[in-house]
Design a protein around this ligand. Sequence first.
Ligand code: CP
Length: 314
Amino acid sequence: MKQFTSINDVPDLKALIALARTGKANPQLHASLGEGKAVCLLFLNPSLRTRLSTQRAAAHLGLTCMVMDVGRDGWQLEFSDGVIMNGNKAEHVREAAQVVSQYCDVIGLRTFSALKDRDEDYSEPVLSAFVKYASVPVLSLESAIRHPLQSLTDLITIEEHVKVAKPKIVLSWAPHPRALPQAVANSFAEWTRAAGHEITIACPQGFELSDAFSNGHIVTHDQDAALAGADVVYTKNWSSFKDYGAIGEGLDDWQITADKMALTKEAKFMHCLPVRRNVVVSDAVIDSANSLVFAQADNRTWAAKSVLQMLLHD
Ligand code: CP
């Protein structure tokens, strides 16, 4: 694997999931694969799970792991070409990406969408610049429009915990007081499609994902109908793609509650975390025996380990 930025970079999804599950079952396997090598994790945005689980995955492979909170500790980066850099941005990504490449064998990068200019966000300016100017493979730790490591984790978790041959998987929008990217939902749609699932995406009018991501799935504005008979309820907020970055009003009843879960077939509850309790999901649901949120968080390590293995291998 030459890079890991979307499902399109994965030559064999089944094999990648199997590799992650083998790594989980045998944590000592490949403990020296990364000896003498290094991964550098660059964070332009906050993280708890991605940061710690990827560090843990690197340790399992014997990789040196350098972590930098670029948004706080580094020089402000310029991404546009041909600009006169006489403002507050002291370093161009052209130099930064090439310099970091000299210090490591894989660059991990986390960045979010700005949620101001849809075309700009969907052109992935930050991730694309690192891919263009780095001379080592780039591992997305979430980008403006995708979160592939999270989706790999989610598929591993579904395979482990959902024993129905053709599960009904519902991706349900949930309310949130702040504008969040579409990245997790986009990737979940993309990766479940690649895994052969036709999922049901339930969202209010105006919160449909880009067709590029929702194609091949069922889209509905009727949450109760979507939840009926579900085996998996994956809940996530995202701001509007259509009215770009809007969060909507009067949509609190989209929260996932015990009453909503009662419509399902004793569905597993999933969320990537962090989550706002009693806004996105009620305490009763996230704390229930059917909640997989900790299983998901644990699988972040094994997903990251498998992807690092693939990147180092090639
Ligand atoms: N799910 C996830 O990516 O969590 P963090 O933002 O804490 O890394």
